[in-house]
Design a binder for this molecule. Structure first.
Ligand code: SAM
Ligand code: SF4
Length: 334
């Protein structure tokens, strides 16, 4: 291991990028209504996906040469990736091993949590939008709530702490459960986070009026809890609130109404090896083509730096010119 630090991965606005999201698949075992249509979404073919060796090579370049420190595995549903614990173990054994976490729907977590923890995974975010089985089946179009609840408990027992629970409230669907979800998380020692819904669904059906804003989320929480703001640190997107004078916190991610693009430190790699400098980017850099064309690490590093240098100031969801990116969240890696 060299003792020199890599040059930071900086854009023209001076933002330093140290967080990488890696999508491991665009497929999913759920069909959340705000994310995917019930049917008709076509999947990447296997040869298009990065292999484990390719993922490892890119994470190695990112951590050794570009200063990436944290890596989050996502998808689609990342637990559907075959041999995931092996890949986690290989990433954890890299010379500049990043802090490794995962975002999952939790359906498969009960049977994988221990293996993932032993392989080096540090933390987990589990998406859960309701505690009511019938509603869960309506939102995700699958009857899997009990698996998710077991998955959450298994993650906590395996030491993947703090277990975070992510919910996307949607008007007329689950906004009446905001305080219940928070109470559930507090009771179990999970960290609750609410996320404003974004125009990133595969079917292009997002409607601003159905988004529950951060202000509304906080209003609903204040009906049941006393909230005190926690001073924001670094580039974390969540505004954190301390609950009822305890150490427990609830996070609110106001991507639409209070964008945090000015502090963004993220880059994203899609499951087919395209580098995106923003969730809402309209262009991608084809790192897979470089890898498969025999490029050396310096060439991969250079392409990565060029992509980040060209990053825009922020998303334009709130402007009339906004165009939804062609790739939906499930194919970018949320
Ligand atoms: N399948 C995994 C899961 O659900 O956690 C990982 C991928 S999913 C795309 C990542 C996160 O994106 C989830 O927390 C999900 O709720 C969120 N998400 C999906 N579509 C969204 C949308 N249109 N707006 C905001 N968040 C969304
Ligand atoms: Fe699947 Fe996650 Fe999208 Fe739900 S939010 S359909 S679990 S990728």
């Amino acid at each position: 291991m060299s003792s020199t630090s890599p040059l930071p991965l900086t854009d023209r606005f001076g933002r330093v990028h140290s967080d990488l999201r890696v999508s491991l698949t665009d497929r999913c075992n759920l069909r959340c209504t705000y994310c995917m249509p019930e049917e008709g979404l076509s999947w990447l073919a296997k040869p298009e996906l990065l292999s484990d060796d390719e993922v490892l090579r890119l994470v190695d370049v990112a951590t050794r040469r570009l200063g990436i420190r944290t890596v989050r595995l996502t998808g689609g549903e990342p637990l559907l990736r075959r041999g995931l614990p092996d890949l986690v173990a290989r990433i954890s054994a890299l010379p500049y091993a990043p802090e490794l976490s995962i975002t999952t729907n939790g359906v498969g977590l009960a049977r994988t949590a221990v293996a993932l923890r032993e392989a080096g995974l540090r933390r987990v975010n589990v998406s859960l939008d309701t505690l009511r089985p019938e509603r869960y089946a309506e939102i995700t179009r699958r009857d899997r709530l009990s698996d998710v609840l077991l998955g959450l408990a298994a993650a906590q027992a395996a030491g993947l702490a703090p277990v975070k629970v992510n919910a996307v409230p949607v008007r007329g669907v689950n906004e009446d459960e905001i305080a219940d979800l928070a109470a559930f998380a507090l009771e179990h020692g999970y960290r609750m986070r609410f996320i404003e819904s974004m125009p990133l669904d595969a079917q292009g059906a997002w409607e601003r009026d159905r988004m529950i804003t951060a202000d509304e989320i906080l209003e609903r929480l204040r009906e049941r809890f006393t909230l005190e703001p926690v001073a924001r640190t670094g580039s974390a997107p969540a505004e954190e609130w301390r609950v009822d004078g305890t150490d427990a916190t609830i996070g609110v991610i106001a991507s639409v109404t209070r964008p945090f693009c000015g502090g963004c430190d993220r880059v994203r790699l899609t499951a087919d090896g395209q580098l995106r400098n923003c969730l809402f980017a309209s262009e991608e850099s084809d790192l897979r083509a470089l890898l498969r064309g025999g490029a050396d690490d310096a060439a991969v590093e250079a392409a990565w730096r060029v992509s980040v240098a060209g990053k825009g100031p922020g998303h334009a969801i709130n402007s009339a010119e906004f165009r939804q990116p062609v790739r939906p969240m499930s194919a970018i890696g949320g």
